[in-house]
Design a protein around this ligand. Structure first.
Ligand code: SAM
Length: 348
């Protein structure tokens, strides 16, 4: 059996195990005090030693921790930034989102299979009415967005060649993982996050924590029914993948109207390979998009076609080293910034 097939068979176990070892501070304890035996971790945290050992043994097979011959555990180099709560690449909030939310939603897949998504969802509320149904669920979703997006946003902000001054409108910007990274990178820039009303306190909190509150504003609104505020750049991170093509075009046309002449739209999303055969995270999230939203993931060509149809020109793709990439479209005009970073672009 290949490792991939084996992981597919035992996949039911992997995400809840990661959630438990993160949530109960087992990995944090190893990061702070390791290498430690399972018994020593259990004693420090007041947990059951046998269960800690079994969880850590599973983590060894996932390459999350290493076990030395004396039975002491420590995180692998690759896993360390992902489970270190102080690291921008910390992924715990997203693992929590998968465990608490997506696992429950997976049960709907069979209904979709039998009766079709449109029929099953006809009586359901919209995705964001569900995510923002109460304080706890809103916080959980906001944490997931921050942990999913903030780490890679630093790289995306660098790839975007941000101007030294001007206004970034981050549409559907949530608690500001991209806006904060952009403002940190470009001290003369200001940003407005345009999002649904429940997001406001989360954005304000995150802006203060990131030290950019004086240049970051929030405007509550609905990008299907209201105009986006005007700006020099309009960013759309993990927004297109929430919606079918028709709605994407509606949002992109709104972004086009909001964009200053010579400005740019920055779409940031996962990309399918041209033949849709991966990567794994994009295929998995494409399935989850079906359960959590009305969207899907797309290939480079599909994004370039959408941006072009909405009016943007000179559309290009710049790839990050992570899962989220940058698709840029220009609003033609005299002041257009056509500079390209090292590494080059994939053009339309
Ligand atoms: C998947 S999250 C992406 C968050 C963030 N941009 C990122 O890259 O992580 C999509 C965001 O779109 C916002 N959103 C959904 N429907 C919206 C609407 N009709 N108008 C404005 N924002 C909306 C949600 O509140 C959420 O913050």
């Amino acid at each position: 059996m290949t490792p991939h097939i084996e992981q597919a068979i035992y996949g039911l176990v992997s995400t809840p195990v990661l959630h438990l070892v993160d949530r109960h501070d087992i990995l944090t304890c190893l990061i702070k005090n390791g290498p430690l035996s399972a018994g020593a971790v259990a004693d420090q945290l007041g947990l059951d030693g046998d269960t800690v050992e079994r969880l850590l043994l599973v983590c060894v097979t996932f390459g999350i921790v290493r076990r030395d011959p004396a039975g002491a555990y420590r995180l692998t180099e690759e896993a360390l930034p992902l489970f270190d709560r102080g690291n921008a690449r910390y992924i715990g909030g997203f693992v929590e989102h998968l465990t608490l939310g997506a696992a429950e939603r997976m049960q709907r897949l069979e209904e979709y299979l039998r009766r079709g998504k449109a029929t099953v969802d006809a009586t359901r509320e919209g995705p964001y009415d569900i995510f923002y149904r109460d304080e706890e669920s809103t916080r959980e979703f906001m944490d997931a967005m921050w942990h999913l997006s903030h780490g890679v946003s630093k790289e995306l902000a660098a790839l975007a060649d941000l101007p030294a001054a001007g206004l970034l409108v981050d549409a559907g910007g949530a608690n500001g993982p991209f806006a904060a990274a952009a403002l940190q990178q470009s001290p003369g820039l200001r940003a407005v996050v345009f999002d649904l009303p429940p997001v406001r306190p989360h954005l304000i909190r995150a802006g203060l924590a990131a030290g950019v509150a004086d240049r970051l504003d929030f405007v509550a609104g609905d990008f299907f029914t209201e105009n986006l505020p005007p700006g020099d750049l309009v960013s759309l991170g993990y927004v297109m993948s929430n919606w079918p093509d028709e709605e994407c075009l509606h949002i992109l046309r709104n972004a086009y109207r909001a964009c200053a002449v010579g400005g740019r739209v920055l779409v940031m999303d996962r990309l399918f390979a041209d033949d849709h055969t991966g990567p794994l995270a994009t295929s998995v999230m494409n399935l989850l998009m079906q359960l959590e939203t009305r969207g899907r993931h797309r290939t480079t060509a599909e994004y370039l076609a959408l941006l072009t149809e909405a009016g943007f020109t000179d559309c290009t793709v710049r790839r990050s080293t992570g899962d989220k990439h940058l698709i840029i479209g220009h609003k033609a005009g005299d002041q257009r910034d056509r500079s390209a970073p090292a590494g080059g672009d994939e053009g339309a």
